[in-house]
Design a protein around this ligand. Structure first.
Ligand SMILES: *Cc1c(COP(=O)(O)O)cnc(C)c1O
Length: 399
């Protein structure tokens, strides 16, 4: 343990169980620690560094805007915010955007929007149907919408108005819908819950049910959006347009920014209903614009789809060869490797020793979410390292 790690334990809240690495520099898919060791980064700031570390387009937008105007507040108009909102709406099914600073805030905004919509358009309906194992962020309300009891346990009483049903079960949503329901809130693929991919028809069926019941469909694309699954937004692959969508993570390629997007029919916020001091500030929206423009102009989602198929083949071959792997699942550049037992923490540690940063999304599963600009060679190298780690674990069980 080096000095920074020792000092951290004195000065910071003990909220995080960190890996024993202190990163000081990054470039593309590579990062370096304070000892000069190089790693392949398949965590990528938890799927946020979409264009890789310190991408020239991001650095240029940051540097340029930093010398022009960093923050002005929403008491006035600013240009980059309007440009990014236009680019987002022109490339999605949505009409209006609200900017915030993180994923949890985006979810909060979407929940407030749905409640106001329910109040005005559905006779005061306020209840939101959510999924078990869902993750929507750590503010009190986003936490309540999430489907993991252990994150909620210390914080009762929780805000009322959230109902949880199993993911990938449209009948459960139908059954949970009542006069008080205003919306269904789902991740298209559950990220933090373990990369849970629903059946092909699920989101389409949920969409049809929301139409029939007259309630909103909110998709939380904080993790799946901005090219991660092989289309700009995951909803485009599932053929189910939501009424409201949340974004964050990949939108800034490492710079904090979040967004709530909505179709006109439910864009019910009026002056004073919602706000943020830093939300939509010129610095972060300039970067968001540069990132989104680069991703669209270079068809990064198409590249992700192709690289994802390559990665999938490699991972399926891993699963075929290793008894320790019980399943691989994912789409695009978001994958989980399910292990036969609570072995993910050990696997993460062994990968780290071999120069690969991966994430134990669950005690039993490894998650891979490299920057979208990762090369096939880098994907192959990562799989090779995991291959070696699995072989090691199988020959000398380290439980
Ligand atoms: C990460 C995540 C969030 C929370 O984002 P923060 O920026 O950490 O607040 C919300 N929803 C989903 C689907 C996420 O993956």
């Amino acid at each position: 343990m080096n000095d920074w790690q020792e000092m951290e334990s004195h000065y910071l809240f003990a909220t995080y169980k960190r890996q024993p690495v202190t990163l000081v520099r990054g470039q593309g898919v590579r990062v370096w620690d304070d000892q000069g060791r190089e790693y392949l980064d398949f965590v990528g700031g938890i799927a946020s560094v979409s264009l890789g570390h310190c991408h020239p387009a991001v650095v240029a937008a940051l540097a340029e805007q930093a010398g022009v105007l960093i923050q002005a507040s929403n008491w006035v108009y600013t240009v980059p915010q309007v440009r990014l909102a236009q680019l987002l709406t022109e490339n999605s099914c949505f009409d209006r955007v609200f900017f915030c600073n993180s994923g949890a805030e985006a979810v909060e905004g979407a929940i407030k929007l749905a409640r106001k919509w329910g109040r005005e358009k559905r006779d005061g309906a306020y209840e939101i149907i959510c999924a078990l194992n869902a993750f929507h962020g750590r503010t009190l309300t986003a936490l309540t919408a999430g489907g993991t009891e252990k994150y909620k346990a210390p914080y009762h009483p929780l805000p009322p108005g959230f109902v949880h049903v199993p993911f990938n079960d449209v009948a459960a949503i139908r059954q949970a819908t009542g006069a008080k329901t205003c919306a269904v809130l789902l991740e298209p693929i559950q990220g933090e819950g373990g990369v849970n991919v629903p059946g092909d028809g699920y989101l389409r069926q949920v969409r049809a049910w929301c139409d029939q019941a007259g309630i909103l469909l909110i998709l939380d694309e904080v993790q799946t959006g901005i090219g991660r699954t092989g289309s700009l937004f995951a909803y485009q692959q599932y053929g189910a347009e939501p009424d409201v969508m949340t974004l964050a993570k990949g939108l800034g390629s490492g710079v904090p920014i979040g967004a709530v997007l909505a179709k006109e029919h439910c864009a019910v916020f009026a002056p004073g209903d919602h706000g943020s001091t830093f939300g939509g500030n010129p610095l972060c929206t300039s970067v968001g614009y540069a990132v989104l423009k680069y991703i669209i102009d270079n068809d990064i989602p198409g590249q992700v789809a192709r690289k994802g198929q390559h990665l999938e083949r490699r991972l399926r071959s891993l699963a075929d060869r290793h008894p320790l792997v019980t399943e691989v699942r994912g789409r695009g550049l978001l994958w989980a490797i399910e292990l036969d037992g609570e072995l993910a923490e050990t696997a993460v540690r062994l990968c780290l020793e071999e120069g690969l940063i991966a994430n134990n999304v669950k005690p039993t599963a490894l998650r891979l979410m490299p920057p979208l600009v990762v090369s096939e060679e880098e994907l192959d190298r990562a799989v090779e390292i995991i291959d070696g780690v699995l072989t090691k674990m199988e020959s000398a069980p380290q439980r």
